[in-house]
Each structure stands twice: as C-alpha cells, then as structure tokens.
Write a protein that binds this ligand. Structure first.
Ligand code: EPZ
Length: 417
C-alpha cells in the first residue's frame, strides 16, 4: 500500500500544466464503440481509471494503440464481446458508459451493475429508463444489465434528475438511433460538450449540448475522427486552491477558464487574486483567506467534485462557513480525517459548518475517495509538521503524477511504499 508523506508550510509558486479531463476522456473512449473506424484522441490523461477503461474496451474487442505523446487510437471495427464483466466494473463505475454505445451499434449489451461507492448509492435507473424509452428491452439478472434492441428509436426523454453519465450514455445511444431524440433536463457539464464535439466530429447530429435540452438526430453510422480531450477543470481547481491555501502564486496552463467560473468566483470571494487568459488561470494569495459558503449543484453551479477541496480551504480560513452537498448523499467522508488534523467541522445532514482554525497539525490520515484524497493533500500542504496520507490509490484514479507536479511548485511531498 502506498502513502504520500507531506511536510507542510511551503508556499507553492510556479506553473503547472493541466492534464486532459478524466471525466471527458472516459465517455469519449467509449465513443469508439460507436464506429468501425479509428478514433484518434490527444491529451488523454495517464490515470488509473483511464487504464481500467482501456482494459475493458480491449476486452470487448476494441484495438487500442498508445503513442508517446499521450495519444490513443481506438478501433472498434470488431467487437466480439458485448459484455462488461463485474471484475472490471466494480473498480470503476464509469464502465456503465459502454452500455449505450454497445446497445446502439450492436443491438445487445451485457453490463454489470456498478456497485455503490463511498460517496453514495449512485444508481443507474435513469440510464436504463432512457434506453427503454428508445425501445430497448432491459432486464437485470444476477447483477447484470441485459439489454437488447433491434434498432433504438428516437424518443423524447424527460430525465427526472440531472445525471452526467446518464446524459452521456443516452446521447451516445441516440446518435445511432432511428429518428430524433430530445433529452430534457440534460446535464450541462463541460464534459458533455466535449463528448458532443467528439461525436459531431464522428458524424453525429447533435444540438444543444451544454444546455438543459439536447437534440440528437440519429444517423445510420459514425465514421472515425480525431479529437483532443478538454483540460481537467477539477485538477485545475485543485491546484488553484493549493495556491490560495499556501499563500503562493500558481499559473495553471493548458486550462479552460470558461469551465471554472463558479470556482474562480469562490476563490475571489475567499480573498485570493484570480486572473485568467485564453488558456491559463493564475491565483495569487497571501494565505490570509475568508471562509466562503459553498453549495454544490449541477453545472454551471459550484461543482460537487470541488466541495472537499473548499472544505480544506475553509478549515484554515478566518470565519465560519457552511458547505452544503446536494448531489451525493455521503460525500463528507473527508470530515473525520480533517478533524484528525485539528479542523473544527460540524456536520448536520447535508451541511458541514466549518470554523477556521489558526493552524492544522500534521497527522496520519486515510483517503476514502478521489476528491477527499485531494482535500487531504491540500490540508497536508498547510499543516504544521508531517502528514501521511494512506490509501492513495484513490488519488491516482483522478490525478496524474500529483506529487511530481506539487514538488515542481515547491511542495515537500513524496510517495512512500
Ligand atoms: C459524474 O458521475 C462524475 N463522474 C462524478 O465525478 C461527478 O461527481 C458527478 O458526475 C456529478 O457531477 C464521471 O463523469 C465519470 P450523476 P455520475 O449521474 O454521472 C443520481 C469524480 O470525482 N442518479 O450526475 O455517476 C446519483 O445517485 C467523480 O471524478 C440517480 O439517482 O453522477 C447522484 O446522486 C465522482 N440515478 C446524482 O444523480 C441515475 O440513473 C448525480 O449523479 C443516475 C444518477
């Protein structure tokens, strides 16, 4: 089991190059199942979840080639296996994203139900309901989703909840359906727009991606394409919070400022100095921050994937602030770990009340999920003394070489086995 050892107290300064977005790359990789021709992707991040998805696609029959510039070429010409086995799905819920494309192109798919995870039950009922609305016959047996459809038909689908991967699954399925599909109450996340841009490059007819209503006119087949994955807005936000908390100055390059407006606004509210350009965002701070209230909600509101990072910021800011998590039912696992570092946090239902303390003190803490791990790294960067973070395999799922990037910025951090 690997851990991260951090000596807190250093200001972080310098430039950090942002990697491709995990949550855009994952659905875009499954888009390769929609075409018999090669899909060439640039800016694919080197992450555990990406390797898991590539292994799953390879198991299904996609031919995957990687080159040394982070470029991945996927060819879905022949897909003998239409199944996503439990062993591969249990470690990564995003595997559910192979359901829509496989069903749409081949008329059948067999995908293991994703288990729950640390942050919530995370059902996929809306994915299934949407595919049924398009004419799929779906039954669940022995923990697997069995789906069949001669050819999916366009449908008007009112989605009861905003679901990111639900929207992505249905948008991909609809791109090969017979007729027009309208997704109402669709997710508006930037990763949806990136996936839509990739599908459009492959010949899909999609309007409204990024708005709450997406219209997809089905086509008989999609062709190959080239696409570069958008920058990771959550990785960007995490480094910008690190600049604010440590009282340094960090410029995130190869970023996409227009995907982080709410996060940049909250950093400014906290007293950091935020500037941005075409493809960079810079945060400078003297480390004296005001606590800021945060309420997560679907994009363009404040993202749930940045909630834990702002809880770390509030722990060392002056004043009291509330953090309300409206998306997942159990996304406060980092609270008890932050308390071990001396944080003052009270949780009532979906709201955490954080009282800033003059300083945190290093301790051994345990990562529980991806973004909670990032929050503990941030806290360790400012805590006095040594902080050891255990179970950092959670971190490796969503952050590429985080200790290298932080070391380049002046952090004292190392991976210990
Ligand atoms: C995506 O998860 C992201 N993952 C998550 O990022 C992110 O936190 C989440 O969207 C919210 O923004 C990927 O894109 C791979 P949802 P997803 O479906 O699609 C409920 C990270 O840290 N729901 O938008 O699984 C669900 O339980 C990860 O990178 C249903 O009830 O999230 C949740 O409460 C964590 N039925 C809410 O909707 C459904 O059929 C939003 O979930 C689907 C969802």
């Amino acid at each position: 089991m690997e851990s991260l050892l951090i000596h807190g107290g250093n200001k972080l300064t310098g430039e950090v190059r942002i990697s491709g977005a995990k949550n855009a790359a994952l659905p875009i990789l499954t888009a390769a199942l929609l075409s018999a021709e090669p899909l060439q992707l640039a800016n694919v991040p080197h992450l555990k979840d990406i390797s898991t998805m590539l292994a799953l696609l390879g198991h299904m029959g996609v031919r995957v080639t990687l080159d040394d510039q982070n470029r991945v070429t996927l060819c879905g010409e022949s897909i003998p296996n239409k199944d996503a086995p439990y062993e591969m799905v249990k470690t990564m819920r995003a595997a559910i994203l192979v359901l829509g494309p496989t069903l749409a192109r081949f008329g059948e798919a067999r995908v293991s139900m994703p288990g729950g995870c640390a942050i919530g039950s995370r059902p996929v009922d809306l994915h299934i309901k949407g595919l049924q609305a398009m004419g799929a016959e779906i039954h669940i047996e022995h923990g697997y989703i069995h789906a069949r459809a001669k050819r999916l038909k366009g449908a008007h689908i009112a989605m009861d909840m905003v679901t990111v991967t639900g929207t992505e699954n249905l948008m991909m399925a609809a791109s090969l359906a017979d007729g027009t599909t309208v997704l109402a109450n669709a997710a508006r996340e930037p990763e949806i727009v990136d996936l839509a841009n990739c599908l459009i490059a492959m010949g899909a007819k999609i309007e409204g991606a990024g708005s709450g209503v997406i219209t997809i006119h089905g086509v008989p087949a999609l062709h190959g394409a080239q696409h570069s994955v958008m920058p990771d807005r959550i990785e960007t936000g995490t480094f910008l919070v690190a600049a604010a908390m440590t009282g340094g100055r960090i410029r995130a390059t190869h970023a996409q400022p227009d995907t982080l407006v709410s996060v940049m606004g909250k950093l400014a509210d906290a007293g950091a100095h935020v500037t941005s350009g075409e493809d960079w965002i810079e945060v400078e701070s003297d480390g004296v921050l005001n606590a800021v209230d945060v309420r997560t909600a679907p994009h363009p509101a404040f993202p749930t994937d940045m909630q834990a990072q702002f809880m770390a910021l509030n722990c060392v800011a002056s004043g009291v602030a509330s953090i309300t998590e409206t998306i997942f039912e159990n996304r406060f696992m980092h609270v008890q770990e932050l308390r071990r570092l001396g944080a003052n946090i009270e949780v009532t239902g979906h709201t955490a009340l954080v009282r800033g303390v003059p300083r945190l003190d290093g301790a051994t803490v345990m990562a529980t999920d991806l973004r909670a791990s990032a929050c503990l790294v941030l806290a360790g960067l400012v805590a006095a003394g040594e902080t050891t973070i255990e179970r950092i395999y959670h971190l490796d799922r969503g952050y590429e070489r985080i200790e290298e990037k932080l070391t380049q910025l002046g952090a004292r951090i190392q991976r210990v086995h």
